[in-house]
Ligand binder design. Structure first.
Ligand code: HEM
Length: 497
């Protein structure tokens, strides 16, 4: 018995070793440097077995192989490539989109809420993205601004009534606002913004790095066939809460026949038109409640936490940089005075310093640390003439490029002047991409930015901030895709006008 067990273990170890050799040889044969730590599972293997966030592991590779345009990495049986050079990154995300349109995950059919624009691929993604886009146009955003402004004003009242929230866990507190604002965009607002909603727990727990989540995410990211074979799901636990809630809001809106310019309106409109069709491929989809619920779910999971992280990091930097804080307070106060103590959509667009602070904070602390794609047809990356085969997993850095001294002098220094209207002309799109790039660029880029800014102007009109950092430099929590500092917090202090 023991002998059989030993043979089995020995066999498995030999297979593991051979997969590592295969991965290494695959890239070496093509003249590509291979990352030798964890040859089988690559950075994902290191992530699973350490307490570090995945973006930090990619950042080590980025720095170690500073002159390489790409680095081959282990990803079980799949070839996988860390594409570092910004020209190659642009090629993957934008120029050769047709070869890299896939997100890099294939969710299983039973995972109803994963059937959303973030995770689906191919013609299905194209059709759904097309149908969701009208919710995020500039005109639509203007008509939805009232929802964000209302949530932001209600948030200030909410904080004033709960002084215990002014100190301790500012990130969670800010997420109550972003959750209410995304909720308002999905469901509309009735009497007041809802800060204590069960959807907040859902949004924050969807990517919580528990052991079960990490393993499921790792298998999904490493090998689609294995993920399918094991019939794994990641969002199953949220179906019971979320699908009936969306069904009810659509029914109510159909009966009410009023326009609120939110996601529920879009659902009613899509349902009234019936079958959705992609004319190029002929693909037809029904706008079922489940399919629409999955899209709304993606706005929560992709919107609440990143916007909360962005607001948190902006405030962290303002609290550490008193001159910037003072200048922004002045810009906000002047604007409130100019517009009779109200904050309009146009007033926010006019605020140049707010924009500079926003972009610089997102450069230093992009809420998402790297992007994923998968090659869907054989192609070549221009820098290094790298041949990429169909099926290859691709990872492209955001954090590392934002912190590379080749692109930003003194990258660890918070300097909003980099993004002044004059200086930002010199910043290349390929080196600033907190919202991703290309046709799979964040669908909520304008929505998330406006929502964050609306929250910040109302907050900073009434509060100032103090940053408490425990030690020099930022430490980050173990997360799959997010960049979340853990050794820092922000305190809100009421201002006396
Ligand atoms: C500061 C806030 C936000 C940040 C930093 C952010 C960042 C990102 C990033 C990096 C991606 C991947 C893009 C790519 O692969 O090229 C993404 C995708 C996405 N984001 Fe955001 N996001 C934010 C807010 C939002 C909001 C508010 C929503 C919705 C209301 C949203 C919805 C989405 C969706 C649906 C996708 C998938 C797009 C696709 O694959 O076609 N995001 N976001």
């Amino acid at each position: 018995m023991i002998f059989t067990l030993l043979i089995l273990i020995g066999g498995l170890l030999a297979i593991y070793y051979l997969i590592g050799i295969y991965n290494e040889t695959y890239w070496k044969k093509r003249g590509i440097t291979f990352y030798p730590k964890s040859k089988v599972l690559g950075p994902m293997g290191q992530y699973i077995t350490s307490s570090r966030p995945l973006f930090e592991i990619f950042n080590d590779i980025y720095k170690t192989y500073s002159d390489e345009p790409v680095v081959g990495i282990g990803s079980l049986f799949n070839p996988a490539l860390f594409v570092k050079d910004p020209v190659n990154v642009y090629h993957v995300l934008t120029a050769d989109f047709n070869s890299f349109s896939h997100r890099g995950f294939d969710m299983n059919e039973g995972d109803i809420l994963a059937n959303n624009v973030v995770f689906i691929n191919g013609d299905r993604w194209k059709l759904i993205r097309q149908k969701m886009t009208p919710l995020f146009t500039a005109t639509k955003l203007k008509s939805m601004y009232y929802l964000m402004d209302r949530s932001a004003q209600d948030f200030v009242d909410y904080l004033n009534k709960r002084p215990e929230l002014l100190k301790g866990n500012a990130f969670n507190t800010l997420c109550t606002f972003t959750n209410a604002a995304v909720g308002a965009a999905v469901f509309g607002i009735e009497n007041e913004s809802i800060f204590e909603s069960p959807f907040l727990k859902m949004a924050l727990s969807a990517f919580r790095p528990t052991i079960k989540f990490n393993l499921t995410f790792a298998i999904g990211s490493l090998n689609a066939r294995l993920y399918k074979l094991l019939n794994l799901t990641i969002f199953k636990d949220h179906e019971k809460l979320f699908i009936p809630a969306i069904k009810e809001v659509i029914r109510k809106r159909e009966e009410l026949k009023v326009k609120k310019h939110d996601f529920a309106d879009l659902c009613v409109n899509l349902k009234s038109k019936g079958t959705m069709k992609d004319h190029d491929s002929g693909l037809e989809l029904q706008p079922t409640d489940e399919l629409l619920a999955a899209q709304a779910f993606s706005f929560y999971i992709a919107g609440v936490e990143p916007t909360g992280t962005a607001m948190f990091n902006i405030l962290v930097e303002l609290g550490r940089n008193p001159d910037s804080l003072k200048r922004l307070h002045k810009e906000i106060d002047d604007s409130f005075e100019k517009y009779n103590n109200e904050m309009t959509y146009d007033a926010i667009q006019e605020m140049e310093y707010l924009d500079m602070v926003h972009d610089e904070a997102l450069r230093m602390h992009p809420p998402i640390g790297y992007l994923t794609r998968q090659c869907v047809k054989d192609t070549v990356l221009p820098v290094g003439n790298v041949k990429v085969e169909k099926g290859t997993k691709i990872f492209t850095p955001i954090y590392s490029i934002h912190h590379d001294p080749k692109f930003y002098t003194n990258p660890e220094v918070f300097n909003p002047e980099r993004f002044s209207r004059e200086n930002s002309k010199n910043i290349n799109n390929n080196t600033f991409m907190p919202f991703g790039e290309g046709k799979r660029l964040c669908i909520g880029i304008r929505y998330g930015t406006l929502q964050g800014k609306a929250g910040l102007v109302h907050l900073l009109r009434h509060f100032t901030v103090k940053t408490n950092i425990k030690e020099p430099g930022f430490k980050y929590s173990k997360q799959t895709i997010q960049v979340r500092p853990t050794n820092v917090d922000v305190q809100f202090i009421p201002r006396n006008h």
